[in-house]
Design a protein around this ligand. Sequence first.
Ligand SMILES: [Cu+2]
Length: 346
Amino acid sequence: MKFPYKSVAIFFSSFPFAVSTYALSTSDDLETIYGPIEIVGVNPSTQSVAGMNVPAEILATQRVSTSDTARLLQDVPGVSLYGAGGLSNLPAIHGMADDRVLVQVDGMGLMSACPNHMNSPLSYIDPSNVASINVFAGITPVSAGGDSLGGTILVSSAPPEFATSIEKTIMKGQAGTFYRSNGDAYGGNFSAIYANEWFNLTYAGSTAQSTNYKTAQDFKPAAPAAPDRGWLAGNEVGSSAYEAANNSLSLATRIANQLIQFNASVQDVPYELFPNQRMDMTKNNNKQFKLSFAGDYPWGTANARIFEQITHHQMQFGEDKQFQYGAAEGMPMDTDGKTRGASALA
Ligand SMILES: [Cu+2]
């Protein structure tokens, strides 16, 4: 009895499919067949194919409250951050993170020298040096890098500035400093520009450091951070201190509608502790060199760049984590990373 019953079921389920296939293939006018069609819902994203630019005024207000470039993205639709070290929140786009999100800093696809991917490439540029951020939450045009399942974050420092006439030269500087009472965080930034109509020399430097930050109330009993470590107050978040220094130098020349630029930068992070990991960064030295070309022609634009990134990365248990496990002393990690990249776009 089972067999005839089964064949009847197949007949009914395939019947509507046959009808709709017929209707679609014989008429382009769906309303003639189905009556008025109302499409409800719009894409809530304000993003265009050009991605979303974080407005300059938002960058300016966020910049004063953080030493972490990733935090500048905290209000971008589709982007979320998961907290890690004080200088390196990790960005996620629509829940996808790490290698699923392409992060480019000044057009360079920087690599994480940390095998655990604990610091995003965003940590290689100080917020005070960020002039624009462009986010593609989702599909990314190939021209913006591709190879990014979750989305793309493009961070850029300011383009070189030139004098408007041959007689003039530009000499200007900018300095800033900050102090945040929580964690006794302080630092500063300084930049200076010398430029004429065809040449630009720019220096930018910044520092930031903080001790462990405190919560509003005690969230644990005051106690030693670990059996072989010092005392932590009840409201002190262990392993949240950091220190960093950035220096960059840029030389640029403009010939007609063509720009050639060389950048060299050094970042030194003596320590960045991670409250969420059983591992701390105890040294990170990063050097970057980049030569880039941009041309504006009647037929369109051309861009090309080559770059090199050299990173020396060390991890170990910091001051607030147990160091001695029987005979084992900590968990040292020592990594050297080198990345060379080139790109051309016309
Ligand atoms: Cu690491």
